[in-house]
Design a protein around this ligand. Structure first.
Ligand code: NDP
Length: 294
């Protein structure tokens, strides 16, 4: 039997539709149009593609999209001035500073300058702390997407054994907190973990967020496990174009797991959709409205 393939594209499209419905309701009932501002410093081609796609999806959901592009040699003071202007702007409910920033700019200082109420990337220490202490928080988009994909297979994660491989602030750590909030039993693994394969073999849910091509093998998995592959490694593909490969040996996993996310077409599809969710949530919280249906 082969595993079910979790269709990130379809789940993300449904989520974007739900966001658009909430935006329509907020406009109709409260005269509120959520707004997302994205700040791009420099001209990294991959970042430019991401920013364009975020703007397009924001507008498609009926929200306002604001883009601020600063030159690659902008100073930290220049970037902070933009962030502070956006913090004060009542039309802006979400602020995202596209990472990575050019060398010489301290991402921690810049992220810390964002109003935590508008921190739709969920990277501000206040939001990380709120999440870690079980308080409502804006949470990083990729882990949020991982939870939504998992729940498309298992509506309740209560009591399930989860292993998260990777402990970054962007993915692994917030994912652990979100899994705890879902009452899963969580083990967090990293580069110093001993016998990772044995650890994974015990897990009902395996999350791989490492960045090592096909590290998780089929024989690391418990039969029927759900496998969420966050990793993205670019390798040269046919016709000179890069091919994306995940952290999981996909063909092997298909033979053992119960459900698997593909790369591409899995977690990556969810990240921007979750950014839109966070913007709607931030807009509601800023205006004292009850939590939206997304
Ligand atoms: P980081 O490099 O910040 O973190 C990688 C983590 O993996 C670290 O905690 C590291 O451990 C751990 N690790 C490294 N090697 C091993 C190993 N051999 N065994 C076990 N653990 C190991 O990466 P990110 O969290 O930012 O991203 C992880 C992956 O997810 C990347 O491929 C990235 O491209 C992808 N990504 C995908 C997104 C999407 O939208 N699909 C969004 C964000 C990221 P240690 O802490 O000990 O060094």
């Amino acid at each position: 039997m082969t595993a079910r393939i979790i269709d990130g594209k379809a789940v993300a499209a449904a989520l974007r539709e739900d966001v658009a419905k909430e935006v329509t309701r907020l406009q109709r009932d409260h005269g509120l149009t959520p707004g997302l501002a994205v700040v791009l410093v420099g001209s990294d081609p991959a970042s430019e593609v991401y920013v364009r796609s975020k703007g397009k999806q924001t507008r498609a959901a009926g929200m306002n999209s604001f883009e601020y592009v600063l030159p690659g040699d902008a100073s930290e003071a220049d970037v902070l001035a933009v962030v502070e202007k956006l913090n004060r702007d009542p039309a802006v409910h979400g602020i995202l500073v596209q990472l990575p920033l050019p060398k010489g700019l301290d991402p921690n200082r810049i992220v810390a300058a964002i109003d935590p109420a508008k921190d739709v990337d969920g990277l501000h220490p206040v939001n990380a702390g709120r999440l870690a202490t079980g308080l409502p928080a804006l949470t990083p988009c990729t882990p949020l997407g991982c939870i939504i994909l998992t729940k498309s297979v298992h509506p309740s994660l209560q009591g399930m054994d989860a292993v998260v491989i990777g402990r970054s602030n962007l993915v692994g750590r917030p994912l652990v907190q979100l899994l705890l909030n879902e009452n899963a039993t969580v083990t967090i693994a990293h580069s110093r973990t001993r016998d990772l394969a044995a650890l994974c073999r015990r897990a009902d849910l395996v999350y791989a967020a490492v960045g090592q091509k096909e590290m998780v093998r089929g024989d690391w998995l418990k039969p029927g496990a759900t496998v969420i592959d966050v990793g993205i490694t670019r390798i040269p593909g046919p016709n000179g174009k890069d091919k994306l490969v995940g952290d999981v040996a996909y063909d092997e996993a298909l033979q053992v797991a119960g459900a698997v996310t593909p790369v591409p077409g899995g977690v990556g599809q969810m990240t921007v959709a979750c950014l839109l969710v966070n913007t709607v949530r931030a807009a509601c919280a800023i205006h004292g409205l009850s939590k939206p249906a997304v």
